[in-house]
Design a protein around this ligand. Structure first.
Ligand code: FES
Ligand SMILES: [Fe+2]
Length: 344
């Protein structure tokens, strides 16, 4: 049993990462390559030539097709052979590389893992802050050598901020505010409401007014592998609540963890905000800051993965702070089991 759900959409790349030159990326254990056709639509093929399995991503683009670098087999964007290595041989239409269904939404290229006929764009996770009017979104990509679920655990438990991010976003008040974990359908939510505090420097600048604020951090796990963290502050007298808090300044950390192997994943991280949306320098600054913070997580999680391998006789323990991650893992595992029961 794999650790990820089949028949689901996963982020394959940021839209700007895919251009006419092939991009090689292993998604959920399958080597794939992506490129754009002349009409800008995205092609996704198995990254192995049907002949001798050389990665197709090493090949050369010709129009909308790709020619293998080894013996020159030419495949169309549907993966079907259109020219054989020997020019006089008629193309054999049964020779083809597997092709995958893709869709672009929320600034990402998504790929469907599972039965092609089931690929329905309506099933793409609703990462609404990435593409909603009034919000600006940007971010970047890290390759992380750990099980994607360790990153979900990390994002669903922000107590680690105190120690891992002591130089940036870690703050004592965060650790003192109680958290509440709940499940809403297939989403898991960890809420933290921090009333009547002095806004930390970042949020003070964003709010552009003095006085005490209410602050919130609401982590939401979204199947199959996303975490969105609603963060921000509002003046105390503005009447913001956990349920409704558009009175102040608000950001949404949006993270998608696409499994590469059982012990590595593609980390697409970013932040959307609804303040100072016309100032690109803030977008760039946020991205820089986030890059530093998430590099700190990457270092910790890769060390954790190595420790898991080095201590096969030991198990992860779960304390109260881990409830968000634990519940998210249960929802993933339950969905995988349910899908397997249907297939059997
Ligand atoms: S390996 Fe691709 S043509 Fe031979
Ligand atoms: Fe972190």
């Amino acid at each position: 049993m794999s650790t990820w759900l089949q028949n689901a959409w996963y982020v394959a790349a940021w839209d700007a990462e895919v251009e006419s030159a092939p991009l090689a990326r292993t998604i959920c254990g399958t080597p794939m390559m992506f490129y754009r056709k002349l009409d800008r639509t995205v092609v996704a093929l198995r990254d192995a030539c049907p002949h001798r399995l050389l990665p197709l991503s090493m090949g050369l683009r010709e129009g909308d097709a790709i020619r293998c670098k080894y013996h020159g087999l030419k495949l169309g964007p549907d993966g079907v052979a259109i020219e054989m290595p020997m020019r006089n041989d008629a193309p054999n239409k049964r020779i083809c590389a597997e092709s995958f269904v893709t869709h672009e939404r929320h600034r990402y290229v998504w790929v469907w893992i599972g039965d092609r006929e089931k690929a329905d764009p309506a099933l793409i996770p609703d990462l609404w802050p990435c593409s909603t009017e009034g919000w600006v979104f940007d971010g970047d990509y890290y390759h992380v050598a750990c099980d994607y679920r360790l990153m979900i655990d990390n994002l669903m438990d922000l107590t680690h901020e105190t120690h891992v991010h002591s130089g940036s976003i870690g703050q004592p008040e965060i650790m003192e505010a109680p958290i509440r974990t709940r499940v809403d359908g297939q989403d898991v939510i960890v809420e933290r409401w921090i009333p009547g505090i002095d806004a930390p420097p970042f949020w003070r600048t964003a709010l552009k007014q003095p006085g005490q604020v209410d602050r919130w951090q609401i982590c939401r796990f979204v199947m199959p592998a996303a975490v969105m963290i609603d963060v921000g502050v509002a003046p105390v007298d503005a009447g913001a609540t956990l349920e409704k808090h558009d009175q102040g300044v608000r950001g949404m950390v949006v993270d998608f963890m696409t499994p590469e192997t059982e012990t590595s994943h593609h980390y697409f991280w970013g932040m959307a905000r609804n303040f100072d949306t016309s100032d690109p320098s803030i977008t760039a600054q946020l991205k820089r800051q986030q890059g530093v913070v998430f590099a700190e997580d990457k270092e910790i999680l890769e060390a954790q993965q190595r420790a898991l391998a080095a201590n096969p006789d030991l198990k992860l323990a779960a304390y109260n702070i881990d409830e968000g991650g634990t519940r998210s893992r249960h929802i993933i595992a339950r969905a995988i089991r349910a899908a397997e029961e249907v297939t059997v």
